[in-house]
Design a protein. Structure first.
Length: 282
């Protein structure tokens, strides 16, 4: 038995769902999940299907079965083999709470992924990488070597077959070149409920303003700093009796949860880019 996730998008027209499901049925596929969304503003249709095929088939067979439909409706289509464990690269600086949470969720099986490398501009996470038996790359970044280090990252992604790069509190701004080349394949966790309180020490900014909610935002990385398409967010109520350090402690918990959910949704093919926004199928 094989399982696949099919995502597709095209200009909205009559008969899309019927055509797709008919071709899948003809290929012997049983639909386990189905989600659709029509963006009326741009008249574009989005669909996600989780399918199970009793007979041994590969991804190419599913793509071939759908070709008449994709040609007919001029679709953008992606088929992913759900039985395959996606490979990811984790990037971290000194604060490792979000990375540790991801590693734990992988260990207990909630997150289906294989971490092929941990990259850091500091040495603090080497011990964790050694414990988890994950290759560790200590690549300090300066103005002089930034371009070189980013090329090393691109080579690592290519050579390892990594499908996703996760910035688990990696405190370096990526270049426009890298952001564009890996667009849709880099997820960042921002320690603030965007778009408020950007920049350094957002929790301290929030505390100084007496806010009643703090939060975190997971988004795809783009050349526009902290303005990429948002995947997941969460907030938590705070009050005047809490210190800035209390805000930081609560925020770290939120960051870890939000990033893990965003990575899980991406790897399960539940996130589709819709211009500057995302569509997330539950």
């Amino acid at each position: 038995m094989n399982s696949f996730v099919v995502t597709l998008s095209c200009a909205d027209q009559v008969g899309i769902v019927a055509a797709v499901t008919t071709e899948l049925a003809a290929a012997g596929a049983n639909i386990a999940e189905s989600g659709q969304f029509w963006d009326r503003q741009i008249n574009r249709f989005y669909m996600r299907l989780a399918v199970i095929v009793p007979e041994p088939v590969d991804r190419d067979a599913i793509e071939h079965a759908l070709k008449p439909v994709t040609d007919r409706f001029d679709m953008r289509t992606r088929v992913v083999d759900s039985s395959r464990k996606p490979k990811i690269v984790l990037m971290v600086s000194k604060f490792d709470h979000a990375m540790l949470h991801l590693l734990y969720q992988i260990r207990v099986g909630w997150l289906n992924a294989e971490v092929v490398a941990i990259v850091s501009n500091h040495e603090e996470s080497r011990r964790t990488a050694d414990y988890e038996n994950i290759p560790f790359h200590h690549w300090p970044v300066t103005k002089e070597n930034k371009a070189e280090q980013e090329e090393r990252l691109l080579s690592l992604v290519k050579d390892s077959g990594a499908e996703l790069v996760v910035l688990a509190r990696y405190m370096q701004v990526l270049s426009d070149n890298l952001s564009n080349r890996l667009f849709g394949r880099i997820i960042n966790i921002h320690h603030s409920f965007l778009p408020s309180f950007k920049g350094a020490k957002p929790y301290h900014q929030a505390h100084a303003r007496g806010v009643k909610l703090i939060g975190a935002t997971a988004h795809y990385v783009t050349p526009d700093l902290d303005e990429g398409p948002i995947i997941e967010q969460e907030t938590e109520r705070v009050n005047h009796a809490m210190t800035a350090d209390d805000f930081v402690a609560a925020g770290r918990d939120i960051e870890s949860r939000v990033l893990a959910r965003a990575v899980k949704m991406h790897l399960e093919g539940r996130v589709m880019l819709n211009e500057a926004k995302t569509i997330v199928f539950a």
